[in-house]
Design a protein around this ligand. Structure first.
Ligand SMILES: NC(=O)c1ccc[n+]([C@@H]2O[C@H](COP(=O)([O-])OP(=O)(O)OC[C@H]3O[C@@H](n4cnc5c(N)ncnc54)[C@H](O)[C@@H]3O)[C@@H](O)[C@H]2O)c1
Length: 263
């Protein structure tokens, strides 16, 4: 088992990628604490994992509130005596063109989904430094590496997550702590399911834009997070792992006609 005896905290663990990562971590031997603002969703994941014999706790927590992060990390330490893995993963943001975003919405987006990742990192570093070991995996996005129409606040906060991961990595590399980002492309989680219902053509256009021709599965991102969290990635720090079916590799140019090739 790849996380045998490790203790992991996962924010946004009640749904999508966070829930898949919780299941994967438990399967690989970790004791997991999931934190989610949505109690019902988190309890469903926790109950299912417990039924399969895994060790998991739910903390109902608004990760954008520093005192709730303090309590979350204190809970994990109290319960398990260590903190080996922090997976910052939750997100909340306002969408809209750059010129249409509200000041309050832009600030809230960064506060909830970037400042919160930094604060959780700061708090988790205390026990990790004392232990002399730890791995932090932040969920960024291909949207942190390039722009998307209508997702300006998200693009900015995810770019911040990528660079937060780098600076954390270099500053603590000699203290036994690694930090990396995972950059998913479009993944079939509840927000994407809602997009499918609200705007089926957009959902289809996105699918078509992915070179693999399909959305990713939450488990496929969980596997990338597992690698970065595990000792298999012992020399990997400060990087971002893109898992996107080839989306980010594409320049955006359509297939060039007239050359006699099929794609
Ligand atoms: N689904 C995708 O296509 C995709 C692509 C790239 C990156 N991501 C990133 O993956 C991560 C997970 O996304 P997902 O698609 O699984 O979303 P999701 O909506 O399925 O899960 C997110 C979870 O975070 C929780 N949450 C939101 N705000 C919170 C807060 N303040 N405190 C605690 N919990 C909170 C929600 O209740 C929810 O359970 C996000 O960081 C997202 O930006 C997703």
């Amino acid at each position: 088992m790849r996380l045998e005896g490790k203790v992991a905290v996962i924010t946004g663990g009640g749904s999508g990628i966070g829930a898949a990562t919780a299941r994967t971590f438990v399967r690989e031997g970790a004791a997991v604490v999931i934190a989610d603002i949505d109690e019902a969703a988190g309890e469903k994941v926790a109950a299912e994992v417990r039924e399969s014999g895994g060790t998991i706790d739910l903390r109902v927590c608004d990760a954008s509130r520093p005192e709730e992060i303090d309590a979350l990390v204190a809970f994990a330490l109290d319960r398990h005596g260590a903190l080996d893995v922090l997976h910052n993963n939750h997100v909340a943001f306002e969408s809209g063109r750059v010129g249409d975003l509200s000041l309050e919405g832009f600030r809230r987006s960064l506060d909830a989904s970037l400042v919160a990742y930094w604060y959780a990192t700061k708090v988790a570093l205390v026990p990790m430094l004392a232990q002399g070991r730890g791995a932090i995996v932040n969920t960024a996005s291909v949207s942190g590496l390039a722009g998307d129409y209508g997702l300006g606040a998200y693009n900015v906060l995810k770019a911040g997550v990528v660079n937060l991961s780098r600076v954390t990595a270099i500053e603590y590399a000699r203290k036994g702590i690694r930090c990396n980002a995972v950059c998913p492309g479009p993944i079939g989680t509840p927000p994407i399911d809602r997009l499918h219902d609200a705007a089926p053509q957009t959902w289809e256009d996105i699918r078509e834009a992915i070179p693999m021709g399909r959305y990713g599965r939450a488990e496929e991102i969980a596997n990338a997070v597992l690698f970065l969290a595990s000792d298999e990635a012992s020399f990997v720090t400060g990087t971002h792992l893109v898992a996107d079916g080839g989306l980010w590799a594409h320049s955006g140019m359509p297939p060039i006609g007239g050359l006699g090739h099929d794609f």
